[in-house]
Design a protein around this ligand. Sequence first.
Ligand code: M6R
Length: 615
Amino acid sequence: MCGIVGYIGHRDAAGLLLNGLRRLEYRGYDSAGIAVLNGGLKMFKQKGSVDELRRSLHDAGNPLNGATIGIGHTRWATHGDPSDRNAHPHVSSDGRIALIHNGIIENYPAIKKELISKGVHFSSDTDSEVLVHLIESIWSDNPGMALEAAVRSALYHVEGAYGLCVISEREPDSIVVARKGSPLVIGIGEGEYYIASDAAPIVEHTKKVVYLADGEMAVVTRNDGFAIKTIENIAREKHVSELEFELAEIEKGGFEHFMLKEIFEQPKVLQDVMRGRVRLDEGQVRLGGIEDYLDRLKLSSRVIICACGTSWHAGLIGEYLIEEFARIPVEVDYASEFRYRNPVITRDDVVIVISQSGETADTLAALRLAREKGALVMGICNVVGSTIARETLCGIYTHAGPEVGVASTKAFTAQVTVLYLLALTLGKGRTMSRNELKLYLKELNGIPEKVERILKQNDLILEIAKNYKDAGNFLYLGRGYNFPVALEGALKLKEISYIHAEGYPAAEMKHGPIALIDQDMPVIFIATRDNSYAKVLSNIEEVRSRKGKVIAIANHGDDEIGRLADHVIYIPPASAPVTPLLSVIPLQLLSYHIATLRGCNVDRPRNLAKSVTVE
Ligand code: M6R
C-alpha cells in the first residue's frame, strides 16, 4: 500500500531516497516524507506527491542533503486523512527516533491509550505513530538496549501487519527493518545498502537482493552489512537473489503514461509469456513451475481460483478455459470472501491464486487458508520473488515485466495467456488430442500480431472517446468469454476516469439494468462472432429502441453491426477462448482516452494503490 525506501552507504541519501520514492509512488501517493541522520535526526514530510516534496525541499534549501543514511515513505492513507501531520516518517517525542511503516497496527487504540496515560503526546491520527512511541518508551526504560532489541520488544506488543524501517540518532550507522505481512527487500550494493517495499527503486543501483520473509527483521549497518533474524531473535541465513528486470522496463520509454506504455507492450508481453513454454511444431506446452505437480493437478477433483480485482476477472476467464479444455470443475472466488466464509476445501482440490503483485493481502490469506486445509496451492504471479510466489507450492510466472500503472492492463492479458496454457496442459491426454492442442497453440501464437493490429486503431478509439468523456454512467455487456471482459472494461473505466460503470452478462440486462437505458446511457457491447452473437445483436436492438448509445466491439467483416451501433471498433476474428485477449484491448484504450480527456491522472488514480497489502 505505502512505499518504503531506506539507504545507508557513502552517497547523498536524500537524493537517492527521493528518486526511490518516485519509483514507489504507484503504491501510495497522498503524502511523502524523508528522515535522515546527519549529526542529528532531520525530517521533512508533507501532503502531496514526491515531486511536490522535492520542490519543497529545494525551496527550503535542501536541508536534508549531505546525509548518507535515511528512510523515506510515500503514503496511502488507512488511518487518518492525507495530511502533513499524518505523513510518515513519525518521530519519537524526544525527536531522536524516526519510523516509517506500511501496513495496519490493529491494536493501536489500546497501545495508544496506554502511552497517553504515560504522558505521551501524539502528533498524528495514524496507527503507525504508536510504534515509534512504543520503541521510545521501551528504550527509555532500558537505556543500554540496542535499537534492534527495542524494536523487537515493541513488535511483541503489536497485532497487525507491518513493513517498517527505524533509524535513531543513538545508532547513527544502522537501519532496523522488520516485516510481517508487508513486503521488504534489501538491495546489496558496493559498500551501500538499499531497503524498499519492492525492487523498483533498487534495480538501477544493484541487481543483488534479499527478500525478507514474514516474521523477519534485519539490522543493516554501514560497515558490517546486514544480519537477518526472526522477530523471535533466531538468526537466518538468506539466499541472495538476482533481479531479472532492467531499469528501462520501469521507465515510460517515450509514452505519456505508464498505462499507455503497458497497453502497447502487450504484443511483446504475450510473446514473452509463451517464450520457452510453447513448442508449436510438437504441440507441446512446458510449464516448468508446475511440472513436478502435473499428475496431481490433472487428478484434482476441483479447481478453486482466488484473486481480487483484475486478477479475479482473469480467474473468471480461467474458469471457462479449464472447464472447456480440461473438463475439471472450477469455482472462482473473491479472495476476500473465500478467506472468511469457512469454505469447504479438500486434499483433492487445487487452489490457484492469481496476483500481479504477489502481495495482495486477501489473496495471500486465501492461499494460507487453502494450504492449511491441505489443498495443492498454485500461484500465477507477475512479480518474481513476491510473497505469494514464494508461499505457493508451485506456480507459473506471467513474465509481463514490471507493471507500474495502477490500472492493470498487460498483467491481465498475461494472466489470461497463462491460464490458457494451463488449461491446455491440464486437458492434454485427458480430453484433448495432440492435434487439437496444436491447433489451439497455433491460434494463441497468432494473437500478438492481432493485438498489434488493434493497437493501430488507437487514434480512432481516441475520437470515439471524445464523444463520451462527459458521460456519467456506462454499461458493459458481453457473454461467454466476453462477460469477464465486460467486467474488466467497466473496472478500467471507473478506476481511472471516475465514471460509474457496470459490467453484466448481456442476457442479464433485461433482468434489471435495462431500466437505466436512455439517451444518456452509453452501452458497450462486446459482440464478437461466437455462439451467442445473434443473442447479443438482439440485446443491442433492445438498447437502441430505448435510445441508448451503442459502442460495439465486433469482428472485422461484420457489416451488420455497423447499422446497429453508433460506433464500432473492429477486432480480428478469433476463436472464443482467445477472444478476451483481443476484445479487452479497445476497452483498455477507451478507458485510457476518456480518463485523460477528463484530465485524470491515469497512472495514479485517486484513492487507489497498486498493491493492496492491507485488508
Ligand atoms: O496485485 P493483484 O493482482 O493481486 O491486485 C489485485 C487488484 O488489487 C488489482 O487487480 C486492482 O483491481 C487493479 N487496480 C485493477 O486495475
